[in-house]
Design a protein. Structure first.
Length: 532
């Protein structure tokens, strides 16, 4: 029955405004993936006041919605959200000490999570695991990382060679769903991680005949031989120097265009091995690489001309200094350095007896420039799969962009870098939480794609950030106040998106058990990548 009251509209006010939309969406994803059940089963209750499974959810949602430190979560972020009602945890119970202990409790469940994800991906998306994509990135520390033996200086993908770092190897499905990861020492080279990650995946999921897709940084003859010995197949990139062996094929005209601006052709192995090579040529990539090389060549020629002028006029007389400057020029302009040979010689100065004058001779190799023009935009793939059309092979290899995108999301959207933790276990737990947030992110992408809503979770999260919960206070004629805790109605555009997702917003905040019904429309993958 309706309840009626006389309200003084001049005194109506809104209090306790909280962020609702983002955390509500995150909780829906958490439940869709069955992570609530997994962590409830995996993290047995003890003497803790707040269940560790709830803390795992809180840490992941904070990373997913607003990446920040544990201190900031406790000091400001949590109390500005509606999670106190959705999780049933009062804001005063959330402190940095409890969050850090939550990290410690979360880490041992890593291996169990990988197995849970494999099962869940299969149920939600129909994902198969006969093809796995693998790549490595790095993330650096703010500080010396003295308490973490894995924190080492190495090749930095973040442009911070001055900082210690760890390397992270990520395995994803062709759809881009994160399946597992490993953390390596910061000075590990990519090629040395392959055997370890393959063994780890076989230990988790059995020694099935899988196809591994990897970039050229992972490729060595030793690694490929070990994959063959395990009965695995592979599709990998090759060093660009390998293109020299296919110079004749590059000039032939029997290319197949598989999409506008992209051509491929199959080639037999040059040594007669039971392998197939796939030559690929991208017009867009060619134009970009040509423009970059021409720019570097022009700058390098200008720099060398200045050095020649300094030597001619006598301002530059020391050969060691000249060679040092030439080396610096070549280092800054690597893309064009191979086109030039530079020789520095000392000769008597005809104008001043007893002094020497430098001569800097620059040789431009036209044959190298011609080869560069021919090979720009081309790359070579290698596989031991049975002979087949090049189209699906190329499409499968291009799936590596899914990992590159995952690394961008991890670092920019989910705040993987920099790492402020100093202990090894805390660093591992931080990466684990980032991985969980990436799982939510990628699941949301698949969910949106299956509903025809694109693949831009950040945009949806920004729109969900406009949805708040609040207390509407209604002063009545009897002197009492009615307090209604409500969720504001979304804008029509967002309401349509949520309707397509099968995720209507409640009128009032609810506990987590009622966030999303198990009977909600299933996620279906409408745009499966073409498998081999």
């Amino acid at each position: 029955m309706p309840q009626w009251a006389r309200v003084d509209v001049t005194r109506v006010r809104v209090e306790r405004k909280r962020r609702f939309g983002e955390v509500y969406l995150g909780l829906a994803l958490w439940r869709r993936l069955g992570l609530d059940g997994f962590f409830n089963d995996a993290m047995e209750e003890g003497r803790e006041e707040i269940p560790w499974a709830t803390m795992a959810c809180l840490l992941t949602l904070a990373r997913f919605c607003a990446p920040s430190s544990e201190w900031k979560i406790a000091e400001s972020w949590y109390e500005k959200t509606a999670l106190d009602e959705l999780l049933g945890v009062p804001a005063e119970k959330v402190n940095d000490d409890r969050l850090y202990r939550g990290l410690d409790a979360l880490l041992p469940r890593r291996e169990g999570l990988f197995k849970h994800l494999r099962k869940t991906y299969g149920e939600l998306f129909g994902t198969t695991f006969d093809i796995l994509l693998y790549d490595v990135t790095s993330t650096y520390f703010e500080g010396t990382g003295a308490g973490n033996p894995q924190a080492r200086r190495g090749y930095s993908r973040d442009g911070r060679p001055d900082c210690v770092q760890v390397c992270i190897g990520l395995v994803v499905t062709p759809e881009g769903l994160p399946l597992a990861y490993e953390v390596f020492d910061g000075n590990r080279t990519d090629v040395t991680t392959v055997e370890e990650i393959v063994e780890a995946m076989e230990k988790k999921y059995g020694q099935a005949r899988r196809t591994w897709v990897m970039d050229r940084g992972m490729v060595s003859e030793e690694n490929l031989e070990k994959l063959r010995a395990r009965g695995a197949t592979y599709l990998v990139g090759t060093p660009k120097a390998m293109l020299r062996k296919f110079e004749r094929e590059l000039t032939d005209k029997d290319w197949s265009e598989i999409r506008p601006g992209v051509e491929v052709k199959l080639c037999a192995a040059p040594d007669g091995a039971a392998e197939t090579y796939i030559l690929c040529r991208s017009m867009a990539r060619r134009e970009k690489e040509l423009a970059i090389r021409r720019r570097f060549r022009q700058r390098l020629e200008t720099g060398l001309a200045k050095l020649q002028e300094s030597a001619r006029t006598g301002r530059l007389r020391d050969a060691a200094t000249a060679n040092l400057r030439i080396g610096r020029l070549f280092e800054r302009h690597r893309r064009a350095a191979k086109l030039f040979d530079v020789e520095v010689t000392e000769q008597p100065d005809p104008q001043k007896a007893g002094r020497v004058k430098l001569d800097i001779a620059v040789t431009v190799h036209a044959d190298r420039a011609e080869w560069a023009d021919l090979s720009e935009g081309c790359y070579l793939l290698r596989t031991n799969l049975p002979p087949q059309a090049p189209d699906p092979l190329w499409k499968t290899y291009i799936g590596l962009t899914q990992i590159e995108d995952a690394f961008r999301v991890e670092k920019h959207d989910l705040g993987l870098r920099p790492i402020f933790h100093h202990k090894q276990d805390r660093t591992q737990a931080h990466i684990f939480v980032c991985f969980l947030a990436l799982v939510l992110w990628r699941t949301l992408q698949q969910w949106m794609s299956s509903c025809g809503l694109g693949t831009a979770p950040r945009k949806l999260l920004e729109e969900m950030a406009e949805v708040d919960s609040m207390d509407v206070v209604l002063p009545t004629g009897t002197g009492q106040e009615l307090r209604l805790r409500l969720v504001n109605r979304p804008e029509p555009k967002l309401a349509i998106l949520l309707q397509h997702l099968g995720l209507p917003l409640p009128n009032r905040p609810k506990r987590i058990q009622n966030v999303v019904e198990k009977t909600a429309p299933p996620i279906t993958q409408l745009q499966q990548n073409q498998h081999l």
